[in-house]
Design a protein around this ligand. Structure first.
Ligand SMILES: [Zn+2]
Length: 266
């Protein structure tokens, strides 16, 4: 199948739904911790936000991303066209470079107050499970899509590379947010290169020092190299959420949409 024939949206949705179902079953069978809040209510909010975001992105910024891929290919602009790497090397570099830039973007979401206004929607979830992985404010995703369009032009990234990266980001984000009991041995090995649930659980702690660390999505190496990694936290004592938002009944769908425009919180 040639790249233009790939139905990108269908691949993304199929991967998202399959991983969601598998992890959801394992969360019920082997939970890391039992949810302290009504699962159905949280899932309605989180999956409602996911659905609204996808409709808005498909209508607004997906065409911008497709146009930048098409433009880079037409005028052969970007690093990958200049150096003409082998297909597999290009794929590998796309994933590595895009993941590093995602790490930087995630870090900026924590240190720049304007970006934190949007990103706190993701962190305000008081339980963490696979549904948290796609609980983002549309504003954050929109800014992120515009940055991504510029990176596509800079790299000259193609559809296949970007699709592989998107699917990996989505699946690894779903895994690391899941409330899944994973064997310590597996985590120890996985943590050497990738981000296991325990590493990301620390990132969702109400303790700001812990929250402002462990920014990686696919690879854990960026946190290791740039010294933003936190380990050795008692996992059973981690309280999930943002300290300023302790009340689940106020953190419902409509408030989450308005949250970036509400008072400033740490
Ligand atoms: Zn974060």
């Amino acid at each position: 199948m040639s790249p233009p024939e790939i139905n990108q949206s269908l691949v993304r949705i199929a991967c998202y739904v399959s991983v969601l179902i598998v992890l959801c079953v394992f969360e019920i069978l082997r939970p890391y911790r039992e949810p302290s809040l009504p699962r159905v209510k949280r899932w309605l909010d989180n999956l409602g936000i996911t659905l609204v975001n996808n409709i808005l992105l498909t209508l607004s910024l997906a065409p911008v991303l497709s146009a930048s891929i098409a433009y880079a290919g037409r005028v052969r602009t970007g690093l990958f066209y200049i150096f003409e790497f082998h297909f597999l090397l290009k794929l590998f570099l796309t994933v590595i470079i895009m993941d590093f830039l995602l790490y930087i973007w995630h870090l900026l979401n924590h240190v720049v107050p304007f970006f934190w206004r949007f990103h706190r929607v993701h962190h305000s979830d008081l339980n963490m499970d696979v549904s948290t992985a796609t609980r983002f404010h549309f504003g954050e995703l929109a800014i992120s899509a515009l940055i991504k369009a510029s990176i596509i032009l800079f790299l000259g990234a193609d559809i296949v590379g970007l699709l592989v990266f998107d699917v990996l980001v989505l699946a690894t984000a779903q895994f690391q947010h899941s409330s899944l009991r994973v064997s310590e041995r597996f985590e120890r090995w996985y943590w050497l290169l990738f981000v296991p649930p325990s590493m990301h659980r620390i990132h969702h702690s109400v303790v700001i020092r812990e929250r402002d660390s462990n920014y990686g999505t696919i690879f854990s190496i960026w946190d290791r190299i740039l010294r933003t990694m936190t380990r050795n936290v008692d996992q059973d004592k981690i309280r999930i959420g943002v300290g300023a938002y302790p009340d689940f009944n106020r953190l419902r769908f409509l408030f989450l949409l308005l949250m970036p425009a509400t008072r400033k919180v740490k």
